[in-house]
Design a protein around this ligand. Structure first.
Ligand SMILES: CSC[C@@H](O)[C@@H](O)C(=O)COP(=O)(O)O
Length: 382
């Protein structure tokens, strides 16, 4: 069932009620147990929601950050200070900072053009809404191109696709990134099974992707991340599809921790490893994968698990259960970086990039990008 059919939108700007506008989010830390709205009345609320992963996933973080700047402007907060706090609330997903800066630029341009406070706030909101709409359109295009690519790579068969983390409607103005491609395959009747990595430690796969797969009526199975190797060995995976939080100019892909081992497995077993991400995730300012800042999260996310009412293990207060001895230290990077030579193709709304090289990826950043019409030879026409 599509997300719009539910009363709770993933994110909405609310100015219908009396008083000041608010940003209302579907609190993703409460899924799949319950659909609960989280009302952000100001930028501090929103920054807290972003840090707690109540709202998450690269494209949606960009859209949320943009609305955050609009909220600051509407409330008469210091927009520059609010933009800095929003942009730095999580470091890895480039969309967050770029969404924030884009809306901040629109606000400044309005102020520079002589707009009053209300007009400038309206300009910021219009830009945030435009970004939201563009993200939805990009999602539709990526779904189409990704499905087409799978048809070329793996013709004439029903597909067993493996995905990691969560990349569907919960992270996007539309149907998402990698999950949007899976949805398109499913809609066409070509999905034999979606393998859903649970995605330790915060379980974005089992909590969120399985929730979305269930609602779309897909055949799916959740697996422990460590079970993926045996699935590949058994010949049960036709392709891996993931999203991305940041793609460096050299084609390195930062995504949820656990993506890199899947790329290694995929290469070993000769399985295509596809990254699906909007052009806004390609960061022209980050030359190499080693320059990508990987967010380190609290140890408690690994060493404890919370009660069902706080299923993500994010809030480690009352109701949490220890998974490791008191005092255990933990290594908890939120993301890892997959080198370009392990990535078969990057699917963007502007086209499919393959092979993934500095030259082909740089084409996505430059205004004068060139595209070729054959997959496997630079870029496919969008
Ligand atoms: C389209 S979403 C791509 C990525 O943002 C997604 O795979 C991911 O890693 C999200 O991480 P999260 O820490 O849940 O924000």
């Amino acid at each position: 069932m599509p997300m719009e059919d539910h009363a709770t939108a993933v994110l909405r700007w609310d100015e219908s009620a009396e008083g000041a506008p608010k940003l209302v989010l579907l609190d993703q830390t409460r899924l799949p147990a319950e659909e609960v709205e989280l009302v952000c009345k100001d930028v501090s609320d929103l920054v807290a929601a972003i840090r707690a992963l109540s709202v998450r996933g690269a494209p949606l973080l960009g859209v949320t950050g943009g609305y955050g700047v609009a909220l600051a402007a509407a409330l008469g907060e210091d927009v520059a200070e609010a933009a800095d706090r929003l942009a730095s609330s999580r470091p890895t997903a480039v969309n967050l900072a770029s969404g924030v800066r884009r809306v901040e630029r629109a606000y400044r341009a309005a102020v520079g053009g002589g707009a009053g406070d209300e007009q400038a706030a309206a300009a910021a909101l219009a830009e945030a809404k435009a970004l939201h709409g563009e993200d939805a359109a990009a999602s539709t295009r990526m779904a189409h191109l990704g499905r087409e690519l799978l048809g070329e790579l793996l013709p004439g068969r029903r597909l067993r696709l493996l995905t990691h983390c969560n990349t569907g409607r919960l992270v996007s103005g539309g149907r998402g990134t990698a999950f949007a491609v899976v949805s398109a395959v499913h809609d066409a009747g070509d999905l034999e099974r979606l393998w859903v990595d649970e995605t330790r430690p915060l379980l974005q796969g089992s909590r969120l992707t399985a929730y979305e797969a269930e609602r779309e009526g897909m055949p799916y199975s959740v697996l422990a991340d460590s079970a993926a190797g045996s699935l590949f060995a058994a010949g049960q995976v036709d392709a891996v599809l993931i999203g991305a939080d940041r793609i460096a100019v050299d084609g390195s892909v930062a995504n949820k921790v656990g993506s890199y081992p899947l790329a290694v497995l995929a290469r070993h077993h000769g399985v295509p490893f596809l990254v699906v991400a909007p052009v806004t995730t390609v960061d022209g300012a980050t030359e190499n994968g080693r320059d990508i800042v990987v967010e380190q999260r609290p140890a408690g996310e690994v060493t404890q698990i919370s009660s069902p009412s706080q299923p993500a293990g994010i809030a480690v207060g009352g109701g949490s259960v220890r998974l490791a001895p008191n005092g255990a230290e933990a290594y908890n990077p939120a993301f890892d970086v997959t080198p370009p030579h392990l990535v078969t193709a990057i699917v963007t709304e502007a086209g499919v990039v393959s092979p993934v090289t500095r030259e082909t990826v740089a084409g996505l950043c430059s205004p004068s990008r060139t595209r070729t019409s054959r997959w496997g030879n630079g870029m496919m026409n969008a």
